[in-house]
Design a protein around this ligand. Structure first.
Ligand code: TXA
Ligand code: MG
Length: 353
């Protein structure tokens, strides 16, 4: 299959809904084809959420196990009732605060959603993205797009159109390139099918933000701990996601000790002729020896760290880095999402110094 790559500009006053390319992309999805598109979190690989055949194609294009459910994207709150059997009060409150935006909610599904889309589950994940290209495409496609992140299974989620092309060239009909994603990490997932909301995947909408709204919020215990025999409630969270090709280890502890540990390892590996990369910060980068070191930004700038993380992992892949060391980050606020993704990328390999 030849994959079309179309750059969509984001001029403020552009009428994206009537853009001829977006209309064409919508027709592709309505006819059962696949189109990758930007969202404010990461790029999605979209197909018609109500067509079981489209969902099968998504799994095939990603090389993803078909028990891993897809998120259904909508672009109008009025479209929610058709795909869920019940809307709890808590969901209405969250929608008011955070939709459109980087929040996914889990509901009991209605019969309109095929089991192929939900990986066989009786629940459905729904998100209303804020990205204007995503919204226009969803409207042009009939209102419901099933979209996982647009990476091949196991690779870091793509945050630019070029990274989507790297993974999906020849596998899907079209890629809409809308530039870099603002957030850079996948949406926060909250399960609302039980009495107390449960965070299944941390993201830009933080635990603290949800605690400001609800008396009680639970968090899936598998989010920051290594495999403990408990299965995460979001099936996708059990896989070793977001992995770079190089062997990644997180070094945690006092900054001076982290820097000297990594520098020591670096000198050993240098002797073996290994290509080494370091995920450093603005505060530390100058202190490391000669290798492929990259800063994710200032330690205090969580938004920048989130935006840069997957990009850096992909750059290391492009540069065929064999061994990667990463500094560790604070786990409060958005740091929880950053550490969750970094731990998964490292297969939970952490050395405390
Ligand atoms: O930001 C995002 O959420 C991006 C963009 C494209 O919207 N999408 C995304 O999709 O990250 P994906 O497929 O890569 O991750 C979806 C996660 C998986 O871990 C999956 O297991 C979980 O959501 N999930 C989906 N439906 C679920 C359900 N009914 N119950 C529990 N977890 C569910
Ligand atoms: Mg994904």
């Amino acid at each position: 299959m030849k994959t079309r790559f179309e750059v969509i500009s984001r001029d403020d006053d552009r009428d994206l809904v009537n853009d001829p390319i977006i209309k064409e992309a919508g027709e592709i999805i309505k006819n059962g084809g696949l189109v990758a598109f930007p969202t404010e979190t990461v790029y999605g690989l979209g197909g018609d959420a109500l067509n079981p055949e489209s969902s099968r194609k998504i799994y095939a294009a990603k090389g993803r196990p078909s028990d891993n459910p897809l998120i259904v994207h909508i672009a109008d709150l009025k479209d929610l009732p058709k795909i869920v059997s019940y809307i709890p009060e808590s969901a209405k409150i969250l929608a008011e605060h955070f939709w459109p935006g980087p929040l996914t909610m889990i509901f009991q599904k209605s019969d309109a959603v095929p089991l192929e889309t939900t990986g066989g589950l009786s629940t459905v994940a729904v998100r209303f993205p804020s990205d204007t290209i995503a919204q226009a495409l969803i409207k042009a496609s009939g209102g419901y797009i099933a979209a996982p992140s647009a990476n091949t299974s196991g690779r870091p989620s793509p945050t630019t159109g070029r990274y989507v092309l790297e993974d999906m060239d020849g596998r899907i009909e079209m890629i809409l390139d809308g530039g870099s994603c603002d957030i850079g990490l996948e949406s926060t997932i909250v399960d609302l099918t039980e009495d107390i909301p449960v965070i299944l995947r941390p993201g830009y909408i933080t635990e603290e933000m949800l605690q400001d709204i609800f008396d009680e919020v639970k968090i899936d215990q598998t989010i920051l701990s290594a495999a403990s025999g408990i299965a995460p409630k979001a099936p996708g969270m059990k896989y070793r996601h977001y992995a770079p090709k190089g062997d990644l280890t997180i070094i945690a502890g006092d900054t001076d000790k982290v820097v000297s540990y990594i520098n020591h390892e670096l000198s050993q590996l240098d002797a073996d002729d290994k290509k080494v990369g370091i995920i450093a910060t603005d505060e530390t980068i100058e202190r490391y020896g000669d290798c492929d070191k990259k800063s994710v930004g200032k330690r205090t700038d969580e938004a920048m760290i989130a935006r840069r993380l997957y990009e850096i992992l992909r750059e290391f892949d492009d540069e065929e880095i064999e061994v990667i060391f990463a500094e560790s980050f604070d786990c409060s606020g958005m740091g929880q999402a950053i550490m969750n993704r970094l731990l998964k990328a490292a297969g939970h390999k952490v050395i405390n110094v």
